[in-house]
Design a protein around this ligand. Structure first.
Ligand code: NAD
Ligand code: MG
Length: 341
């Protein structure tokens, strides 16, 4: 089993002895800044001129300065901008202020793993990556809990980068839930693979294809929606709580026999081979290169594919059916409130 770190394993004095800059005040930024501040850490928030988040951060009692000033004042800089924006902001406003003895932190390994940001020698480079959205990092902290997090070190000239990352993780509440060592490579590659193949890409394509197959065979779109999308939550909740075995225990024998005999025909060898090719594109940098170029070109494919997704018939029938089940969206407002992003 991997080593997990909890509260007793962290040294809170390490982060307490640093001047921390949180760059960005979105999903993760607001949560890290507020949790660190309430844990007694010296925090300033670095935002660009005219940022709409400045008022929210100030309202939360945080000191807001420019990105340049935050990077200059601080000796630990956490970059919580969108991954595609980080490299240009780093070059313009952070790199000029980095000195030996400073630390630069990330919440995802993308920019370091793919060489888009290369911090200078003498600077600790580490990651504290909560395994949950920022509003949960904030909410669980206020409730006395935390979100499990990964930590990693890419450069350790001080010899204390790992303990500093653990101390930071502690101050945002993560050691209450469990902190796990990883590497920038493992975190970045598994994160991209998971979202492309299973969690987002694989799942949405599976749901749409199942829906299209039923509707194409003449069944009502409403039935297809309930079967292929709505019921997913019940199944996923069971898997989340009890694993695949526990989910199978709860479904009927007929459903389970269909699962065991038909599942491997859907996710067959051709699909597995495609999964391996997708992983290879992640590891050799082709995906990162494509995504960086897509952003540089103004996101034409992204925009077109997103619009095609919005126009899919499952969205229309789903919107109609969900409007009749207002209880489904009941938690949503609260999430927007808390995230502030
Ligand atoms: P976000 O989009 O919610 O927030 C980004 C913030 O940066 C916003 O305040 C935005 O106004 C600001 N910003 C954007 N461009 C800027 C620029 N050019 N200059 C200055 N400020 C700018 O981002 P996020 O989801 O919090 O992601 C931040 C980091 O956390 C990323 O590395 C991401 O991979 C990582 N992460 C996110 C989550 C998540 O659930 N959202 C989970 C774990 C890790
Ligand atoms: Mg992820």
């Amino acid at each position: 089993m991997a080593t997990l770190y909890y509260e007793k394993d962290a040294d809170p004095s390490l982060i307490a002895g640093r001047k921390v800059a949180i760059i960005g005040y979105g999903s993760q930024g607001h949560a890290h800044a507020r949790n660190l501040s309430e844990s007694g850490v010296d925090v300033r928030v670095g935002l660009r001129e005219g940022s709409s988040s400045a008022a929210k951060a100030a309202e939360a009692g945080l000191r807001v300065v420019s990105v340049d000033q935050a990077a200059e004042e601080a000796d630990l800089i956490m970059l919580l901008l969108p991954d595609t924006e980080q490299a240009s902001v780093y070059e313009a406003s952070i790199a000029p202020h980095l000195q030996a003895g400073d630390a630069i932190f990330f919440a995802h390994g993308f920019n370091i793993r793919f060489g888009l940001i290369t911090p200078p020698d003498g600077v600790d480079v580490a990651m504290v990556a909560p395994k949950g959205p920022g509003h949960l990092v904030r909410r669980t902290y206020t409730e006395g809990g935390g979100v499990p997090s990964l930590i990693a070190v890419a450069a350790d000239p001080s010899g204390r980068a790992h303990d500093l990352a653990l101390s930071y993780a502690h101050a945002i509440g993560a050691t209450r839930a469990g902190v796990l060592d990883t590497t920038f490579e493992e975190e970045t590659e598994t994160d991209l693979f998971g979202e492309q193949v299973v969690l987002c890409g694989g799942l949405t394509a599976l749901v749409q294809a199942g829906f299209e197959t039923l509707v194409g065979a003449g069944y009502q779109p409403e039935s297809a929606y309930f079967e292929c999308l709505h019921e997913l939550k019940l199944i996923v909740d069971l898997m989340y709580e009890q694993g695949i075995a526990g989910m199978r225990f709860s479904i009927s024998d007929t459903a389970e026999y269909g699962d065991l005999t038909r599942g491997p025909r859907v996710i067959n060898q051709a699909v597995r081979d495609e999964m391996s090719r997708i992983l290879a594109e992640i590891r050799d940098g082709r995906f990162a290169e494509e995504w960086v170029a897509e952003n540089r070109n103004g996101r034409p494919n992204y925009t077109r594919l997103r619009e095609e997704g919005l126009a899919h018939p499952i969205e229309k029938v789903g919107a109609e059916l969900r409007a009749m089940m207002p209880f489904i969206g009941a938690g949503k407002e609260r999430i927007q409130d808390v995230s502030g992003g």
